[in-house]
Each structure stands twice: as C-alpha cells, then as structure tokens.
Design a protein around this ligand. Structure first.
Ligand SMILES: Cc1ncc(C[n+]2csc(CCOP(=O)(O)OP(=O)(O)O)c2C)c(N)n1
Length: 540
C-alpha cells in the first residue's frame, strides 16, 4: 500500500501532469517528495501567486490544467490572485495546499483558515483529499478545470492525511490514464441546428453592409485554421479581444483591431458603433470594460458559457468547429470592400503620432522595434497598465496562443510569471514579457526562478516612474496627480541581482538589435526603456 501523498502524485502523473509549480512549507514536503518520485518536476518559485499564474499559462498552452502546490495558511492565502485569474481569464488551474488536520484539537487555530469557504465562490470544484478518495477527487478536480469555460479547482491535503495509506490505490489508480485534455461541456443542438445557425448567420451577413466579427476568449485555438479560412475566404472584417490575439493574422488587410479596453479604444468603440452587424464569436465580455456588449444587439456564436458561467440571453450553444465548417462550405453572401478603412487608418495613425519627449522612447516605437525582429512564433506576455494597452492593441500577433495578458481580472504581476509558464510549455518559442516598472517591482525576483529552471526570456521594462495608467485615470477625473509616482529602482541592477543581464536604451534600433541578439543566443535579457507617461494618452 502506498501513502496518500504517493497516491496523489500518482494520480497527477497518470493524468499526464509533468510539472507542478509552487513554494513549499513543512506540511507539503511529503507530497513534494512523492511528486519527485513520480517523475513530476517541482518548479520552485518565489511567491505562490506567481507560481499559480505560471502554472495556469503552462497548463493552458499544453491543453491540460496547470497545477500549483502551496503550504497551508499564508501559502494558501497567496493563491487568491491566481485562482481569481483562472476564474475570470479562463485559465485551467488546479491548486493544492496543505491544511490543518481535521483531528487536531479545536484549540489549534495557528495558521488555520477556512480555505474551502474562501475559495468555493471562485473555484468550481473544492474538496479535501483523504486516504480513501484520492483516485476519485484528483482526476475529478483536474477534469473540472478543463470544462469550458476553463477554471479552477482547489484541493487540500493535510500533512497527517498525506502519510496515511491510500485505501483506493490498486482499485482505480496506478496506470489508469484519465485524460484531462478536452472539455466536458455538451453542445446544445444537433447537426441540423449547426446548419440552421450557419444559414442564419450567412443570411444576416448577406444583408449587412458593415459587419464586424469579434472573436473572443471562448474560442478554442484549435479552431484557428478554420477561423482564418472563413474570414479570409469571405473577406470579413475581423476584430479580436486581447486574450485571443493571434487567432487571426493581425497583419492581414481585413484585421480591424483589438477591442476590450486597449489603446485606441475610442476608435474601436466607434468601429463597433458603426457596424451594422456585430458577430460575437466566442466573445466573452469579461474582457470588455465598456457596456456596448449589453447595449447593442450581438449575433452570438458561443459553444460554452462565458467566464463566471454567464450565458447571454437566448443563446443556444453551437459547436464552433462544425459551425465554421458549415460557413466555409457556403459562398460569401456578400462582398465587402474594407468597410472599416477609416477606423483602421485612424488606429494606425495613433501608433505613429510621435511626441518628441527628450530621453524617452515613443511607446509606439517600442512595439514596432521589437516586432521588426521577433519571430512570428514569439509568445508575448504583458503585465497590467498603460504598456498593456499599448501591446494589446499594437503588437502584431500572427499565430494563435502567442499573446498572454490578464484581462478578465487585469491583475498586475501577471507578465513575468506568465512568461515563465509559457517558456516552459514552449521551450522552442522566443518569449517576450512587456511590463511596467510598477509591475516589475512586484515580482522581478522571479527572474532568478526563470534562470534556475531554464526558462530564458526577454523582459522589456517600460520605465515611467509611475503607475501611469492610474495617473492617467486621475487626470481623467480631474484630480491632482497624487501618490501615483515613485522613485526609480534600478531595473538593470535588479536584473543583475537575479543573474540576468540588463541594458537600458532609448534608441529603437538598439532595442531591436539587443532583442534579436538575446533571441539568437537563447538568453535572458532585461531591457529597460525609459518612456514618458504623458505620451500614453495620445494613444488611448
Ligand atoms: C494587483 C493589482 N493592483 C493594482 C491594480 C490597479 N492598477 C492597474 S494598472 C496600474 C499601474 C501599473 O503601473 P506599471 O506597472 O508601472 O505600468 P504602467 O501603467 O506605468 O504602464 C495599477 C496600480 C491592478 N490592476 N492589479
């Protein structure tokens, strides 16, 4: 008979989990050791929150849940951000933490938190691993994460329970592979319904002079090829939300832009207002900070509930792959010749409307310099702030699953952690994290983790000495700039302290050359780029 800790590790390994991210405490050491014995690598990070974000991105890129392991009490409490991120950003995450054993005396309150109660509202499955339920609870928790919309499961295992012999082992476990890929939702509707829905959409498009297809977070990237074929064969104007950047080629002529609160958002909102038909294909309003999705009719094409289980009124789910196939089978119902040209041109102009700030780089030039040298398969992650608006709108994503940001939750400190998860999941793809100096100071220490675990990537820190997005918001509310500026922390010294080379530049050519060299050499590099926070509003 094996211990419950060993059985838990076995259940994870059986489900194809090969890495668990986390930061330990004494109460999870048995499980950590069993993970090691089961061939599961423990990716040691420097904050549980970062470990959870890295795990979720790693998992989603691999088509399985990410797994994060923490100790009880404070370690478990630090899981709030990644679990919320998983909930609102549709990233599959299984979090496991220790807990005080049930049979401890009631007087034992040290580090005791009502963890299940805390996480039940945001995790779709919460349970306690016991010696008798491992091979039921662990696979179920993993499967629940992969039900669409992807989300979080939360399990606890006490150190005492971890040592007990696992009762279920040999009955359901050991070698019984239960795949955790794919999704558990059931499409409502038959094949005929798909055809009927495809015809209805084609008819609606046929009578539209200015239709706009808006693709959102709920589209499965496996449908990217179909999606691209449909919008290019029908020459449909297409926009995306930030978290699905790359599902279509953003350098194509029919690409209108990114909706969902990024730079040039006024232009994009105007484009939506000017459209006579908005098709919301996998559109999840969790990414949209305005209310146009509630105020105007949208022709929804959804195959699963959106984040938080939200389903727009009257929606009947339809399988996206079947729907796209049925659409491609038909000839285009109309010809559209660049009906959003004026908006596309305005969007482009805002990128290039340079301001002449001395000693700083025009934010648009940062994106363009990097895009000129980074290969199409580069995975870009951003943190949250003005720089996210910039990259979210203007980074020209060319391939699916190559752009990662926190947008449903919009939680700072995402960028660096996401880059670690992405690099471990796709070791051959260059990874670029674009972060603000505020966000960088939240978790720059993970640069050491990245180096140690063999996940080199480029970090571009846009230095403006402020929480600029909030400062801009202050100005928008006609408030004094108050406590939104900070003094510089030397970005290069922080990088060097973590064992990563750093460089500062205000020159786009030097930026491009440095990034290219780091990609060619497969090395980590931190590039500090001074920007003027007063430049951003020209692009927003
Ligand atoms: C965890 C968290 N705390 C606070 C915020 C509110 N917030 C949004 S953007 C921002 C400023 C970020 O500053 P920085 O990282 O320097 O990026 P910049 O806006 O300057 O590009 C803040 C404080 C948030 N989104 N997430």
């Amino acid at each position: 008979m094996i211990s419950t800790a060993a059985a838990t590790a076995r259940a994870l390994a059986d489900a194809g989990i090969t890495r668990v991210f986390g930061l330990p405490g004494g109460e999870v050491l048995m499980l950590m050791d069993e993970l090691r014995r089961a061939g599961i690598d423990f990716v040691l990070m420097r904050h549980e929150s970062n470990a959870g974000i890295a795990a979720a991105v790693y998992g989603k890129l691999r088509g399985q849940p990410g797994v994060v392991l923490t100790t009880l009490g404070p370690g478990a409490a630090n899981l709030m951000l990644p679990l919320c991120s998983s909930y609102l950003d549709q990233e599959p995450l299984l979090a496991i933490s220790a807990q005080i054993p049930d049979d401890f005396p009631a007087s034992h309150t040290h580090q005791l938190l009502p963890l299940h109660d805390v996480y039940r509202p945001i995790a779709r499955y919460v349970d306690k691993i016991t010696s008798g339920n491992v091979f039921d609870v662990v696979p179920r928790a993993l499967e629940k994460c992969m039900e669409r919309p992807f989300g979080a499961s939360y399990l606890t295992l006490s150190a005492r329970e971890a040592l007990k012999p696992s009762v279920g082992f040999g009955v359901q476990g050991s070698g019984v592979q239960r795949s955790v890929k794919g999704s558990g939702f059931t499409v409502q509707g038959s094949v005929t319904d798909v055809r009927a829905q495809a015809h209805a959409l084609a008819a609606a498009l046929g009578s539209a002079r200015r239709p706009l297809v808006v693709i959102g977070l709920s589209i499965d990237p496996a449908n990217a090829a179909r999606m691209r074929r449909w919008v290019s064969e029908w020459n449909l104007p297409v926009a995306v939300t930030p978290k699905v950047k790359g599902i279509v080629d953003e350098t194509a002529a029919n690409f209108v832009g990114v909706v969902g609160g990024m730079a040039a958002d006024g232009v994009m909102c105007d484009a939506i207002a000017a459209a006579d038909l908005v098709v919301g294909l996998g559109l999840d309003p969790v990414e949209v900070d305005k209310t146009w999705h509630a105020d105007r009719p949208i022709h929804w094409v959804l195959e699963s509930p959106n984040a938080g289980g939200v389903v727009p009124a009257g929606v009947v789910f339809v399988d996206h792959a079947a729907m796209l196939d049925a659409l491609i089978d038909q000839p285009p119902p109309a010809m559209w010749s660049s009906p959003f040209k004026e908006f596309q041109e305005k969007r482009e102009r805002m990128l290039n409307d340079r301001a002449g700030s001395a000693g700083t780089m025009w934010p648009g030039d940062i994106v363009q310099a990097l895009a000129s040298v980074m290969p199409a398969e580069t995975i870009v992650t951003t943190d949250v702030g003005s720089h996210k608006y910039l990259f979210g709108q203007y980074w020209p994503s060319r391939q699916p699953e190559t752009f990662w940001m926190s947008n449903g939750l919009s939680g700072m400190s995402y960028g660096l952690s996401a880059a670690i998860g992405a690099k471990l999941a796709r070791p051959d793809a260059p990874v670029l994290a674009a972060v603000g100096d505020g966000g960088f100071s939240m978790n720059a220490q993970e640069l050491e983790s990245a180096e140690r675990v063999g996940a080199p990537f480029i970090t571009v820190v846009l230095e403006d000495g402020s929480y600029s997005l909030i400062k801009i918001s202050q100005a928008g509310k006609k408030l004094e700039p108050y406590r939104t500026d900070f003094r510089p922390i030397d970005t290069m010294k922080m990088a060097e302290a973590c064992g990563v080379a750093g460089l500062r530049t205000s020159n786009p050519d030097e930026l491009a050359a440095a990034a290219k060299q780091a990609v060619d050499r497969r090395r980590s590099l931190v590039i500090a780029v001074p920007v003027n926070d007063a430049d951003y509003p020209r692009m927003f």
